[in-house]
Structure formats: structure tokens, C-alpha cells
Design a protein around this ligand. Structure first.
Ligand code: ATP
Ligand code: MG
Length: 462
């Protein structure tokens, strides 16, 4: 269901609003009408669905703040209609509008707008005070939201005693405490240091997975937009140039403006496992016999196979050595020789940036599985390198970077970078489910020469 619906919305500042709108509709350029008024938003149409993070992105002056201010009725649209939960804002009386704002909309600003002489708790409770919630209840609710944003225990401090990132968390707690369904965030993280900003982005995504708010998030930072947005609207000179998900915008930009805009984005944060995963034929049913498995090894030229059940649930891997031994010993199915350790599974929506560390330690290509642990595809290391544009497009050959042979022990493959990121954030790999025994960064692999599972994809550049 659309919670916010804009149709053909215009906003012109200046005394000749209607005339400017009329002439824009007739095809005149906003620049030529500048004498009559500033066309801040021109013919904007979009819907924001329940539970969606809708990002509005664009350069300074492109009309983002004006657009968001029409959503909460701070500005009236010059033309067109803006609906919130099915009600046209321009048709509301003052008291209806206040009620809609109170019940449905919270806002988080760039400059936290905290009240300096009130405690953190009182600041977080401020929206509830406006909703006439009784003191005791509102302070308790404020405390619980402060906990949620990681500020448990800070309620008695004053804003001035908190860092910028913490103050912004108070702003977020205040907006969340009002428990409205719509959250409007205008450059909410833009004043923060890059690392804290990143942390806030991660936290917002985590919170959103629990809270399922409808969020309109404004930013001029493309990486932030791509990381947060379920869909993104790119604005240019008052108009929406494109609306799409991050992959649409990256891979199918609507025009040159959008293409230039997205040129510098860190693709590894935007593209996900599903966009680089590869199909694999190195899959065998656990009920199959070792002789059949040996045929597959030969056909697929791999040293290991993924073992699945009849409905493709991933059970583990088998190595060629184990299969040869089993065939010699007359074992009839692969069930008993299936290894469950050492496979790492990731979800299709895991960002590529989160695949590097596990991939560097894994003995087998990462397995991409759905929520039921069904094997969807694999991410060989070569696919990761490819995604970074390190493979020469003409030859498909690896330039300076060369892969280690599959027999090298995994710890040798851990780069300094991945080591650092693991040391810094041992659990900060949302979406990566360490498989079966959870030993994703246990360096003890099999001895050299035993590296069992499917690795030759890595070598042959599948
Ligand atoms: N109250 C106002 N009166 C007149 N013109 C305004 C007003 N508010 C905004 N504008 C103009 O409307 C245009 C869009 O401004 P807006 O603040 O929406 O841009 P923005 O995309 O939010 O930019 P920024 O990234 O700098 O915040 C600009 O040309 C701005 O000068
Ligand atoms: Mg703005």
C-alpha cells in the first residue's frame, strides 16, 4: 500500500506561482521563468510503499528538502496532489494536518535540533510530550528507545555532553519514540564523521528490519543512497530524473546526468551476491553413489561438489579424495562422507563488500542460499574480482592479481585488509551465516594438498 503518494506535484516560490506552473506545463524552461519565481519541484510523481526506504538524492538546490516539506505539509504544493495515508494534504484543515503530523509523521533533521537545557531523556520524550502522553509513560518510552539506538544509560546527560553521533541518535530516538508510521529524514546523517555515519546507516537498516517504517530519506551522498534505499529518486533541477532500485540506477541509468552521478559509487556496497553469483553444475544429491560423483568431478573439472537433498537444500560438500576412497571401500551413498564444515553460506542480498572477508578464508566458493538454505548459486573468488573490474574485459585474464593455488592453506589468503576488518568487527557481517559449525574464520583448513571442495572454478575463471 502506498503510504505517501505524490502526483504531478509542483512547488514554485515567488509571487507568480500559478503562472510559473502553467508555463512549465506548457513546456517552458525553469531558467527562463526565474524572474517570476523559483520552480523548486516540477511535476514530481512517486509513491512510497509501506515499509520502504525511499531515498531522494540530488545535488544541492535540486529540490529535495522542498519535496520532503510538502510531504509533511510544511509547504503547500503549488499544483498537483500530495497524499499521506490516503489523505490529500492540500485539502486538510489546520487541525487535521496537525493530527496527521502527530499520528503519522516524524522528522529527523541534519542538525539534531535538540533542546540544550533538557536531558537526553527529555529530548527523546519531546515528541510524546507533544502527543500529550503522561510524564511517567513518556520518560519510560523514551528510555526504551534510547536503549534501542544504543544510548541506554545516557538519559540523564545533556546534549552538550554527547558527541555528534550520539546527539543524532537522540534525534533518531525522539523520532522513533513518537511511534509514527512515516519517518522523514532530511540529510539526517550528513553532519556526522564518515565512520559514525556508516555506523548510523548500518543501525538504521537494522532498526528498519525490525520496525518496518515507511522512510523517506534525503541525501546527496550516493553511497548512502545506494546503501539505504529500497528505491531511489534522483532529482535534477526540481525534476525527478529517475526512480529505481540501486541496481537499476547503476546499471540502467535513465540519462547521462544519472550516469555521471553514479560513476563514483562504491559498487561493492551496492551490488549484492545475487548479482554476481554463478550457476554451478558441481552439485550432487546426497543419495547419489561415489561412482556417479566421480563422473561429475571429471565433467565439471572440480575437486569438490556441493551436496544437496532432493529439493536442493545444501547439506555440505564432498571432496574427490573422499569419493575415491568411498568408491574403493564400497560405500553406496555420499551421505556419510559429506563434510559439513568449511562451507560459508551467504544470502542473495548480502552486499559484495561483505563477501570479501569470508571468501578469502573459505576453502570452497561461497554458497548463496535462500532463507530455507536452498542452494541458489555460488560466488567463486574470481566473480568477486570480476565485480571490481579487475579482470581485463578483452582477455578475461587476471592482471597483476593472481590467485593462490587451491592447495595453499586458507590463512595465507587472508589479506591485511580482511584481517583488520575482522579484528575490528568480529560480528559485523550481517547476512553472512557461517555454515553449520560457524567456524567461518577458523584458519585450520585441511593440510596442504587436501583442500577438498570445489575450487577449480576459481582457477579457470568460470
Ligand atoms: N523558502 C524558499 N523561498 C525561496 N526559494 C526557496 C525556498 N526554499 C528553497 N528555495 C529554492 O528552491 C530550490 C530547491 O531548494 P531545496 O532546499 O529544496 O534544495 P535541496 O535539494 O534540499 O538542496 P540542499 O542539498 O542544499 O539542501 C533552490 O533553488 C532554493 O533556492
Ligand atoms: Mg535540503
Amino acid at each position: 500500500m502506498a503510504v505517501v503518494r505524490a502526483s504531478h506535484v509542483y512547488k514554485v516560490f515567488g509571487r507568480h506561482e500559478k503562472e510559473v506552473v502553467r508555463r512549465l506545463k506548457a513546456g517552458e524552461d525553469r531558467k527562463d521563468l526565474a524572474e517570476l519565481g523559483t520552480a523548486a519541484v516540477i511535476d514530481a510523481s512517486f509513491e512510497v510503499d509501506e515499509g520502504e526506504i525511499f531515498v531522494v538524492m540530488g545535488l544541492s538546490g535540486s529540490g529535495k528538502s522542498t519535496l520532503i516539506r510538502m510531504i509533511n505539509g510544511l509547504w503547500d504544493a503549488s499544483d498537483g496532489s500530495m497524499e499521506i495515508v490516503g489523505n490529500d494534504i492540500s485539502k486538510m484543515s489546520g487541525s487535521q494536518l496537525r493530527q496527521v503530523r502527530r499520528d503519522h509523521i516524524s522528522m529527523v533533521f541534519q542538525h539534531f535540533a535538540l533542546l540544550p537545557h533538557r536531558t537526553v531523556r527529555e529530548n527523546a520524550a519531546y515528541g510524546l510530550e507533544l502527543q500529550d502522553v503522561a510524564t511517567k509513560e513518556r520518560l519510560e518510552r523514551a528510555d526504551s528507545w534510547l536503549d534501542t539506538v544504543g544510548l541506554g544509560g545516557w538519559g540523564d546527560k545533556y546534549p552538550g555532553q554527547l558527541s555528534g553521533g550520539m546527539q543524532q541518535r537522540v534525534g533518531l530516538a525522539r523520532a522513533l519514540a513518537a511511534e509514527t508510521d512515516v519517518l522523514l529524514m532530511d540529510e539526517a546523517f550528513s553532519a556526522l564523521d564518515p565512520l559514525i555515519r556508516r555506523e548510523m546507516q548500518v543501525q538504521l537498516v537494522e532498526l528498519q528490519s525490525k520496525l518496518n517504517k515507511t522512510i523517506v530519506f534525503i541525501t546527496h551522498d550516493l553511497n548512502e543512497a545506494m546503501y539505504l534505499g529500497d528505491r531511489i529518486a534522483v532529482m535534477r533541477d526540481g525534476r525527478i530524473a529517475q526512480i529505481g532500485d540501486s541496481e537499476d540506477i547503476l546499471t540502467r541509468p535513465a540519462d547521462e546526468y544519472v550516469a555521471n552521478f553514479v560513476q563514483d559509487v562504491d559498487r561493492t556496497r551496492v551490488l549484492t551476491a545475487s548479482s554476481i553469483m554463478r550457476d554451478t553444475q558441481a552439485v550432487v544429491a546426497h543419495t547419489a553413489g561415489p561412482r556417479y560423483a566421480m563422473r561429475l568431478f571429471e565433467r565439471e573439472r572440480v575437486t569438490g561438489l556441493f551436496v544437496v537433498d532432493r529439493t536442493r537444500h545444501l547439506m555440505g560438500t564432498v571432496s574427490d579424495r573422499a569419493v575415491v576412497r568411498a568408491a574403493r571401500e564400497g560405500v553406496d551413498t555420499l551421505t556419510d562422507i559429506t563434510e559439513t564444515e568449511g562451507i560459508l553460506t551467504v544470502k542473495p542480498d548480502t552486499p559484495i563488500s561483505e563477501l570479501f572477508a569470508p571468501s578469502s578464508t573459505a576453502r570452497v566458493p561461497l554458497a548463496v542460499v535462500d532463507d530455507d538454505n536452498r542452494l541458489l548459486g555460488i560466488v567463486p573468488r574470481v566473480a568477486l574480482l570480476d565485480s571490481m573490474g579487475q579482470l581485463s574485459p578483452e582477455t578475461g585474464e587476471m592482471p597483476a592479481v593472481s590467485l593462490l593455488p587451491s592447495t595453499v592453506e586458507p590463512q595465507d589468503e587472508v589479506t591485511d585488509e580482511s584481517r583488520a576488518s575482522e579484528a575490528g568487527a568480529p560480528d559485523a557481517k550481517p547476512g553472512i551465516a557461517a555454515s553449520v559449525n560457524g567456524e567461518e574464520d577458523a584458519p585450520e583448513g585441511p593440510p596442504a594438498g587436501e583442500a577438498g571442495a570445489p575450487t577449480s572454478d576459481d582457477q579457470k575463471g568460470a
